[in-house]
Ligand binder design. Structure first.
Ligand SMILES: CC(C)(COP(=O)(O)OP(=O)(O)OC[C@H]1O[C@@H](n2cnc3c(N)ncnc32)[C@H](O)[C@@H]1OP(=O)(O)O)[C@@H](O)C(=O)NCCC(=O)NCCS
Length: 159
């Protein structure tokens, strides 16, 4: 999905404040643009009212975004974030639900994501039907040194 430059700005504004540098998860603008130019990557933006707006720009500030990649009948959630000041209001829930719905429309029968062990987002993922299916030991290197496992979660879409 090609993104409007404005939309990349909106994604990057959330990117800049949402990720703890300790975990090195934030992407650069170049990484986002390169992903979106490929055609099999998609994004959702959420406004502050919690409504997921798809590729349409939210009317006000952008509170969060989701970035995903389609591969055959699977879709992987690559990145998902809400700016700290808007957390705990259901915007993350809305983005996850919007991602699942959009992926279903694109023909996905399975959703995947990878999460560093200990990310509090795990409860959210589990509530949305994701179950852990594998572990990559010591996959993430943290800024302070220790390595963290990556856990792969899968959700099979209902018929
Ligand atoms: C994960 C994230 C997108 C959730 O956004 P959100 O808008 O706060 O989510 P919601 O308000 O819809 O849901 C909150 C739920 O998410 C869970 N949660 C996720 N991250 C959390 C955090 N950092 N602190 C506390 N709870 C968190 C809690 O279970 C909470 O459930 P509760 O309301 O029953 O307590 C947000 O915390 C975030 O941007 N984190 C940093 C980036 C990140 O780690 N992304 C995921 C990996 S790419």
């Amino acid at each position: 999905m090609l993104a409007e430059a404005d939309d990349v700005d909106r994604i990057m504004a959330v990117m800049a404040c949402a990720f703890d540098p300790e975990f090195g998860e934030a992407w650069t603008r170049r990484q986002v643009e390169d992903a979106l130019i490929l055609g099999n990557c998609h994004y959702l933006l959420a406004g502050v009212d919690g409504v997921t707006t798809g590729a349409m720009q939210p009317a006000g500030p952008t509170a969060g975004f989701a970035l995903s990649r389609t591969s055959c009948d699977e879709e992987e959630l690559l990145l998902f974030a809400v700016a700290p000041e808007y957390r705990g209001c259901g915007i993350g829930e809305g983005l996850l639900a919007g991602f699942a719905e959009a992926a279903r429309h694109r023909g996905a029968v399975r959703l995947l994501l990878e999460m560093r062990r200990g990310n509090p987002a795990e409860s959210l993922y589990r509530r949305h039907g994701f179950v852990p299916v594998g572990v990559r030991k010591n996959y993430y290197r943290t800024l302070s040194g220790p390595r963290l496992d990556a856990i792969t979660f899968v959700r099979t879409m209902d018929a």
